[in-house]
Design a binder for this molecule. Sequence first.
Ligand code: ZN
Ligand code: ZN
Length: 146
Amino acid sequence: MSDATTDTFRGSCLCGAVSYEITGAPMRVAQCCCSDCQKLTGTGHATIAFFNEATCTIAGAVSSYEKVADSGNTISRDFCPTCGSRLFGRGSGRPGMIGINVGSMDGDCADRLQPQAVVFAARRHPWDLLDEALPQFPAMPPIPKK
Ligand SMILES: [Zn+2]
Ligand SMILES: [Zn+2]
């Protein structure tokens, strides 16, 4: 079954207790090299797609970790309490927007997305190899709403 024409994206955590479905194209797909993403993922960056939160349906209970960012905004990050998979992020500075960790998407859905930028590139590690053709931003530039 292909959703290539319907812009539906599905995914889940590792154990399957939490799943989600989103309709509509993402506002941005970014390789995020911020320190939080590095700690959260244990890797050099997180690949995050930002969607209109109203189009996202989540099944299953998540746990959430909140942190005040350097900007003063509160960032909450949802993860599966059973398997620990990092799934969703929301920021008080970006109301109505949800960030999804693209690696949690089902393969065919994740493969339809194309990273558009490297954000928080100032924090990028030299060993974290990314597409050098992507525009790089030292922090997070504003996301245009769709
Ligand atoms: Zn899980
Ligand atoms: Zn980040």
